[in-house]
Unconditional design. Sequence first.
Length: 271
Amino acid sequence: MPVMNLLVAFNGSDASVAALRYAASLAKRRGAHVTGILAHTAHEVIDRRSRWIPEEARALLEAANSEILAEVTRRFEELRPELDLGDALDFREETGRVDTLLSEGARYYDMLIVGARAESDDAHVTHHPDRIALQSGRPVIVVPAGYDAGAQHSHAALAWDGGRAAARALSDSLRLLEVDGRVSVLTVGKRTSWPITDLMTHLDRHGVEAVHEDFPTTHPVSQTLLSYCERHDPSLLVLGAYEHSKFREDFLGGVTAEVLEKIKIPVLLSH
């Protein structure tokens, strides 16, 4: 099934600009449609409805909240001519819990493309790509700030341990890789006992050129993946998100979170 309908989380951050440009590049190559969404919460640090807040202060708070959203919209519209998608580009605004909005909205599209989260993002519009990947049921591509190489998927790295999440990520990425891809299958230490040759045959039958690279567990998995991507600069890392529970990953420190924090190329997450 082709990739024809893309949703992009746009909150005005540099990473969301990179995500929008990435989506536009992908859309042009595939003849797809892009919808940008400004998902924002109505939560306020100070409750301006309190009777202890002077009327003048309430007005200032209202204006500040509105200005944040208006600035995000302005930045999107400034990018519209550069993206050159014409009628294949839409923009919408939704209010609610940001991660929930994006997770639910993604189910009506082929995939969701988001910018990597930064601590400097405004609290009203910040999102958590790893949580969205868990909740949405759709592949999520996370694009780091400053990434400008477009959506050329000539070489992807696939993190493979034979688990359910890795299999889902592979399936979700094939729509991108079948057209112009070659894949380096990366295994690190222990994996399921099923022969890796079956995976290579599967990729070959989908027309994807693949090689297998196996690494020892002398370093943490996240460090091995990051080092590989630093050395070989693939256009995409395909990663199954949170094979263990999200609580365990957060508590002990997990592969998904560390990769997203440090990687310099887009990551396709599935769960």
